[in-house]
Design a protein around this ligand. Structure first.
Ligand code: 13P
Ligand code: ZN
Length: 275
């Protein structure tokens, strides 16, 4: 593995994305090319690095809509069609860097290695950029967006009665006390839409005003975090709750769940824990 030396901070993010790829694969959430990851690395782009990189940029590719607040921003993104298990071993050939154009309506690509770039950003780039733009405008500390296909959460959305935020979160919070502590805002729920589209990006974005993690019906989950691990933890915690639900069902009984009263008590604890 020979990732270009950008600087310590950027190299660290490249390694973290690769490490997360390993987790997602080990979790069994990353069949073939499932899932994608992006990191806003703008704060680590020095003038010196920018000058070194810009001559190596590809020609400009258009975006379906403009992201004016991301003009000139650099991101690390996973490549479309790339496997998480390959990303873990070889980030150079499975992820890349992009820079949004000054007009915000296109992007240029940069290789993480010496080789000619034969990789394009994830097909879910519209959703990733929409979320990053929202985070930048909000001045949020979250810099990473993670999308994955957790079996347990997808399975829950195959059950119609859980396909609304109230029922879904009541179920997930009730399976394990940690879930309310770590995900006090609960998960946003998005009814099924065509993946990779601008429509799903716009609809997902609206949900992030209220939640840090969103479940896409019959598809997977999106989460934000200060680093990729924080985003992963949100999804992992929800997935554990869903897993407990299904384990109880497989053992032949209906799980009792925590009462509303106990859930409310945990919400107070969460406010102290996450403060
Ligand atoms: P990409 O390979 O384009 O990132 O797509 C994977 C995916 O999970 C689509 O929702
Ligand atoms: Zn997906």
């Amino acid at each position: 593995m020979s990732v270009n030396t950008f600087n310590k901070e950027i190299n660290r993010r490249i390694s973290e994305v690769a490490e997360l790829g390993k987790y997602l694969w080990q979790k069994g959430w990353a069949e073939r090319n499932a899932g994608n990851i992006s990191v806003n690395i703008q704060e680590y782009m020095t003038d010196e690095l920018r000058e070194k990189l810009l001559p190596t940029a590809t020609s400009v590719l258009p975006l379906d809509r403009a992201y004016p607040s991301l003009a000139g921003f650099f991101f690390l993104v996973t490549g479309t069609g790339k496997r998480m298990r390959d990303l873990a071993l070889d980030p150079e050939h499975n992820s890349l860097m992009i820079r949004v154009t000054d007009a915000g309506d296109g992007y240029q690509m940069f290789s993480l290695g010496e080789l000619v770039l034969n990789i394009h950003p994830t097909s879910e780039l519209p959703t990733h950029l929409a979320i990053h733009e929202y985070l930048v405008l909000k001045g949020a500390k979250e810099k990473t967006v993670v999308h994955t296909h957790p079996n347990e959460l997808i399975s829950i959305t195959q059950i119609r009665k859980f396909c609304n935020e109230e029922a879904l979160n009541h179920l997930l919070w009730g399976m394990h006390p940690e879930t309310m502590v770590i995900v006090p805002d609960g998960a946003g729920f998005l009814p099924y839409m065509l993946p990779g589209s601008q429509d799903i990006a716009d609809a997902t974005l609206k949900k992030f005003a209220f939640h840090k993690v969103i479940i896409w019906e019959k598809h997977g989950s999106f989460a934000i975090g200060r680093d990729v691990f924080e985003a992963f933890d949100l999804i992992d915690t929800l997935a554990k709750s869903a897993q407990i639900y299904f384990q109880c069902k497989s053992a032949g009984f209906e799980p009792e769940g925590l009462s509303q009263e106990k859930i409310a008590e945990l919400k107070e604890l969460s406010a102290k824990f996450l403060a």
